[in-house]
Design a protein around this ligand. Structure first.
Ligand SMILES: [Zn+2]
Length: 125
């Protein structure tokens, strides 16, 4: 694969993932979205799996030393159909908790940065 092909494929992946994850953020409960700003995603923990799942670890905002595992499941027909988090809020209510929303927001921001880097790289060819 040439570098130009890699950039093209990666941009296509980012577009699909970015759109689907943005929907998770846009449909998030507004109060929970505001609380998500206080959530710290553990640096370096945000990862994209080979199957298109996104995982990360978040620190608890109320219990120091406690962390939660967040999983955003792969895109299915343009949407993220399932999200999960090991916190009580998610386990009890099965909704997109503030940790899921924090990870989704961070992923979208990171994707935008990567997109602009890839776009700059395209200009080099
Ligand atoms: Zn949670």
């Amino acid at each position: 694969m040439t570098s130009a092909e890699f950039v093209k494929i990666r941009k296509a992946e980012l577009l699909v993932l970015g759109r689907a994850v943005s929907i998770v953020v846009e449909t998030g409960n507004p109060a929970r979205l505001a609380r998500a700003n206080a959530v710290k995603v553990v640096p370096g923990s945000l990862q994209e799996g080979t199957e298109g799942a996104i995982s990360a670890v978040c620190e608890s905002t109320t219990e120091p030393g406690t962390v939660y595992a967040v999983l955003i499941h792969p895109v299915d027909r343009g949407r993220i159909r399932k999200v999960s988090c090991s916190c009580h809020d998610h386990v009890r209510h099965n909704w997109a908790c503030k940790h899921v929303l924090a990870v989704a927001k961070e992923f979208v921001n990171r994707g935008r940065r990567e997109w602009s880097l890839l776009t700059q790289l395209e200009g080099v060819y």
